[in-house]
Design a protein around this ligand. Structure first.
Ligand SMILES: *Cc1c(COP(=O)(O)O)cnc(C)c1O
Length: 411
């Protein structure tokens, strides 16, 4: 999509630092960019080798696991393929739980690899219905499902699924399938506990909560998943997770040249998370998400604006999907970027591209390197856009958000 710049004679208030409020890639901290700004390092000996090893335990701590993590030079789609490659074979069957676009995307990838995917689609505005999952698993009396694939936060709908409760449904059905979870949108934003919640495989990427430019992704797996690797016939040399978690030589971490500068950037991002403390990082995301919801709930009191997920307990702290009716969604996004220097996310997967309804949605990313002024600034700019475009709304959204921030206890 081209961003049209207003002509010289037209007033625009967009000059200044452009703000990317989309659900990934997220805002890159200057510290991360500066850490990457260096000459090419030695890849045989020296700092980079120690730095790479130091990243592993820090990633595991954020994921809440004592098990293994394999790192890939890939985006999230690469981590999806790695997870399927190491655990499944052509002809295997899996159960996919869809609460938006991303579980479907993972299933499409698995299908291309010969895996049979039964998809239960819970729609675009709701969480996983655990009773239906339990029923489907009980009905699989031959226990043909090798894995259950789910997404913790679907970035298109902004629903947050309860992964611990999902584990409970597998256990209640006494089903041995692997539980494989996509945390690409929300690791480091919404709480996640791989071991405590009984997750066997978790995939994530570096460019959302982990604040690093796109290009690295991670697959966490436990012993049960590694046992599946023993028999998986989809595993290829490049995607094999085993050498990556136990590299005899440095190059085996990445099956080739390491992503040198990404590693420096990621190291800095992990330091930033450690300095703030993961609990504080998660609380910051929670409060800022509540400020976003307060603004939209206020505006929504009259007119077409609606939060896509009605129940607050089911909303992600990383991203918010909004319904506003066509063509206001696109009009507001265009106004924000051309007149005010803020880019909002498109309404991914809510309506087919080409359908006029496609223009009735947008998303606000509030993941990673975001603070109160960035979120309040985005919301105040949104309110200006609603006024400028005459989109009906109740007043007071920004004040409601400010109240959340003011009463958060931040001192
Ligand atoms: C962003 C995202 C992906 C895709 O990641 P890419 O890096 O774009 O391949 C997959 N799943 C979820 C939940 C995401 O948010």
């Amino acid at each position: 999509m081209t961003q049209q710049k207003p002509g010289k004679s037209q007033l625009s208030l967009s000059n200044g630092r452009h703000y990317l409020a989309i659900p990934g890639p997220s805002v890159m901290p200057d510290r991360v960019l500066q850490a990457m700004h260096r000459a090419a390092p030695n890849i045989y000996t020296g700092d980079l080798i120690d730095l790479t090893h130091s990243i592993v335990p820090d990633l595991k701590a954020i994921a809440g696991t004592r098990h293994d993590v394999a790192m890939y030079i890939a985006n999230g789609h690469g981590a999806w393929e790695a997870a399927v490659s190491n655990t499944l074979s052509r002809g295997d069957k899996v159960l996919v739980l869809a609460t938006g676009r991303f579980a479907i995307g993972w299933a499409e990838m698995a299908r291309m690899m010969g895996v049979e995917c039964d998809i239960i689609d819970f729609g675009k505005r709701d969480t996983i219905d655990l009773n239906r999952v339990e029923d489907a698993l009980r009905a699989d009396s031959a226990q043909a499902y090798k894995a259950v694939l789910a997404v913790q936060v679907d970035t298109s709908t902004s629903v947050r699924n309860d992964i611990s409760a999902l584990r409970g449904a597998l256990d209640a059905a006494r089903h041995p399938a692997l539980l494989m979870v996509d945390c690409i949108a929300c690791l480091g934003c919404d709480a996640f506990e791989m071991d405590a919640w009984g997750v066997d495989v978790m995939v994530t990427g570096c460019q959302k909560g982990l604040m690093t430019p796109p290009g690295m992704s991670f697959v966490f797996f436990n012993d049960k998943a590694d046992a599946a690797r023993e028999t998986a016939r989809n595993v290829s040399h490049y995607w094999d997770w085993r050498p990556r978690v136990n590299p005899e030589e440095y190059y085996m971490f990445f099956d080739g040249t390491a992503p040198t500068h990404h590693l420096y950037g990621l190291r800095e991002a992990l330091d930033m998370i450690a300095e703030e403390g993961l609990d504080n990082v998660l609380t910051r995301h929670k409060v800022l998400a509540q400020a976003v919801w307060a603004a939209f709930e206020t505006w929504a009191q009259t007119g077409p604006i609606e939060l896509n997920i009605q129940e607050a307990a089911l909303r992600s702290h990383a991203v918010t999907s909004v319904r506003i009716g066509s063509p206001s969604g696109t009009a507001l996004r265009d106004w924000m970027s051309q007149q005010a220097g803020v880019t909002l996310g498109i309404g991914l997967g809510m309506a087919p591209p080409g359908d006029p309804a496609w223009h009735g949605f947008f998303r606000v990313g509030h993941m990673g390197h975001v603070n109160a002024h960035m979120v309040l600034g985005t919301l105040a700019t949104l309110e200006a856009g609603l006024l400028a475009l005459d989109i009906p709304h109740a007043p007071g959204g920004v004040a409601a958000a400010a109240k959340v921030v003011a009463s958060s206890g931040a001192a």
